[in-house]
Design a binder for this molecule. Structure first.
Ligand code: MLT
Length: 265
């Protein structure tokens, strides 16, 4: 199931499981393919599920450069799909940073995308203050390590009920975050800080889309995701109860139900 995929001088680790229409699962920051563990199991019964670790994350090779832009990761995903011979249009499913990359991917490679599922993400760019804070955090991580940043982040990722009922899930996620090198954390922070604003392009994005957000997400707010769906001509918005920013991981049953409904439409 786990593969090493070489393309354009890079080496990525990826899960490729099941057969049928391809579904690409793109993780958030600073995570890896394991955040999709429930979806890999569920969706691989009827689809080809592809869940890579992006450059520098999980077991994929480091980028070596100072910045990992969302545009570059979208271009990398395109080469990666070629390298594993995916020829059919895909369902692109991204969470948070995976969603930022999703806007780039669908804009650049529209004919490759049959459906778009954007989870717990935003379409706007960072405000100047947020971008500056990310740039400062990137320098701090390189100087002092990522512990403080990750400790502050982990408490915002999950709904309080998830932290109480599924503490092992929180521990597992913390461990994945800790394993991410400071170079990758800093490079992705800088990449997110300079990402483009896609809000003006949403009315032209005609791809059938599902926008999903945990009701208790404090990072990507439900009201903002609803606005994104309203701005798109062919999008549906669904909220996942009992879930925060990691909705597909926290409440997989509800997430799978809305994916099923969307695919049947
Ligand atoms: C993520 O989950 O990928 C991050 O929260 C995205 C961000 O920091 O904007």
């Amino acid at each position: 199931m786990l593969k090493q995929v070489q393309f354009q001088g890079q080496c990525w680790n990826a899960v490729v499981a099941g057969e049928g229409e391809p579904i690409l699962l793109v993780h958030g920051f600073p995570l890896d393919h394991s955040m999709w563990q429930h979806q890999i199991e569920f969706l691989s019964r009827g689809y080809q599920v592809i869940a890579p670790d992006l450059t520098g994350f999980g077991s994929s090779q480091e980028c070596g450069g100072p910045t990992l832009t969302m545009a570059q990761m979208a271009v990398d995903l395109n080469h990666f799909l070629d390298a594993i011979s995916v020829n059919q249009p895909i369902t692109y499913c991204g969470l948070s940073m995976g969603g930022y990359i999703g806007w780039e991917f669908v804009t650049r490679f529209r004919s490759r995308v049959r459906r778009l599922v954007q989870c717990d993400t935003r379409a706007g760019a960072d405000s100047p203050e947020t971008a500056r804070a990310r740039q400062m955090a990137a320098s701090q991580v390189l100087d002092q390590g990522s512990k403080e940043l990750l400790d502050n982040m982990i408490v915002k990722l999950f709904a309080p009920s998830t932290a109480t009922r599924q503490p092992a899930l929180v521990d597992q996620t913390r461990e994945v975050m800790r394993q991410t090198s400071v170079q990758t954390v800093a490079a992705a922070l800088l990449g997110m800080a300079e990402r483009e604003d896609f809000t003006k392009r949403l009315p032209a994005l005609d791809v059938p889309s599902l926008l999903v957000c945990g009701t208790l997400d404090v990072i990507s707010l439900p009201a903002e995701m609803k606005q994104i769906a309203n701005a798109m001509p062919n999008a549906t918005y669904v909220e996942i109860l009992e879930a925060g920013h990691m909705a597909p991981l926290e409440n997989p049953a509800a997430f799978h139900q809305c994916i099923d409904d969307f695919f049947r439409r």
